[in-house]
Design a protein around this ligand. Structure first.
Ligand SMILES: NC(=O)C1=CN([C@@H]2O[C@H](COP(=O)(O)OP(=O)(O)OC[C@H]3O[C@@H](n4cnc5c(N)ncnc54)[C@H](OP(=O)(O)O)[C@@H]3O)[C@@H](O)[C@H]2O)C=CC1
Ligand SMILES: Cc1cn([C@H]2C[C@H](O)[C@@H](COP(=O)(O)OP(=O)(O)O[C@H]3O[C@@H](C)C(=O)[C@@H](O)[C@H]3O)O2)c(=O)[nH]c1=O
Length: 281
């Protein structure tokens, strides 16, 4: 299976690059601020499937840079979907828990009502809607709280801060499933294969690590596994000021993904152990 991946330097793209048959495109090969260029790349490439692992992921910055976030996260993926549909190949696209408003405590199902709280979530929802509307073979895989040894993520932020300070205040009223990028990459490859064999599996799916946890308890586990002695104090969201609002409830109901593709929720504590080991080598 020949797989064209948008993204090269990011957490997910770096993990996808480990699989056979994958060609990763960096910004110089395809800049998502130019959706037409993304379309042209797909039209010209001889590929079996496209995975979009590129996105504008700076949640707070997107509040002041709405236009770029919308082009990269909504217009470019829509253009990719149109080009993939024209070529008759599937598109696997990654979306986020931030498309939900975070109300309640029940895990979100794929067809639950969306209601993004900020620009990043709105732009990602725009991408979902554009892809779905093209009517081509696709999977939109919503995930959450991604971490890996590469790029920027909460684990690396905690390790940096934990090396500098012996106490941290961390939000404890936002709950979600941290997800190792390596497991998302494996899920994407499996879904890509399944879609090439059975396009009726097109749709929106959820995939996040288990068990669900607060950011504060995630931080505690990060420090425990990395041997750092840092005192974590639970704080409410209201005590941590950010430009973008984050959902309180980021739990994702992943049962449809398991039922359709045989992919189970990974235990993020195992993924964390791997990342901590990778960072120490
Ligand atoms: N990170 C997370 O916690 C979560 C991420 N997701 C989604 O998962 C997917 C993968 O995320 P992740 O791997 O963490 O992302 P990263 O932030 O690690 O990487 C983003 C990638 O997108 C590329 N990119 C950004 N803007 C452009 C552009 N204009 N043209 C070309 N490439 C561009 C970056 O390239 P460059 O280095 O050149 O900027 C980079 O390779 C995204 O769709 C994201 O929305 C979903 C839930 C949680
Ligand atoms: C650094 C720090 C963060 N926090 C809080 C702020 C926030 O509520 C939470 C996580 O902060 P971050 O800014 O690292 O995470 P954030 O960038 O919001 O992470 C999100 O990224 C996008 C791309 C997604 O799609 C989401 O699934 C999610 O992973 O931790 C503290 O409470 N104390 C701290 O010292």
């Amino acid at each position: 299976m020949k797989v064209l991946v948008f993204g090269q330097t990011g957490q997910l793209a770096t993990e996808l690059a480990q699989f056979d048959g994958v060609t990763c495109l960096g910004r110089r090969d395809a800049d998502l601020t130019n959706p037409r260029a993304c379309e042209a790349v797909i039209a010209q490439a001889d590929m079996d499937v496209v995975i979009n692992a590129a996105a504008y992921t700076a949640v707070d910055r997107s509040e002041e840079d709405r236009d770029t976030a919308m082009i990269v996260n909504a217009m470019a993926p829509t253009a990719m979907a149109a080009a993939a549909a024209t070529r008759g190949i599937p598109l696997v696209h990654i979306s986020t828990d931030y498309v939900f408003d975070g109300s309640g405590t029940t895990p979100w199902k794929p067809d639950d009502a969306t209601g993004p709280l900020g620009v990043y979530g709105s732009s990602k929802l725009g991408g979902e809607k554009g892809i779905t509307a093209t009517g081509g073979t696709h999977a939109i895989l919503r995930t959450a709280w991604v971490f890996s040894a590469h790029g920027t993520n909460f684990v690396k932020t905690m390790l940096r801060l934990g090396a500098e300070r012996d106490a941290l205040n961390i939000v404890a009223d936002q709950i979600g499933g941290p997800t190792p990028a390596r497991d998302i990459a494996a899920a994407c490859m499996r879904i890509a294969r399944a879609l090439t064999e059975d396009p009726t599996k097109s749709g929106t799916y959820h995939f996040s690590g288990a068990p669900d946890v607060s950011w504060a308890n995630f931080a505690r586990e990060i420090f425990a596994q990395s041997g750092l002695s840092v005192d974590v104090t639970d704080i409410p969201t209201t005590a941590y000021s950010t430009s973008a609002k984050r959902p309180a409830n980021s739990r994702l109901d992943c049962r449809m993904t398991t039922a359709t593709f045989g992919i189970a929720r990974p235990d993020w504590r195992r993924g964390l152990a791997q990342v901590v080991a990778d960072l120490n080598t």
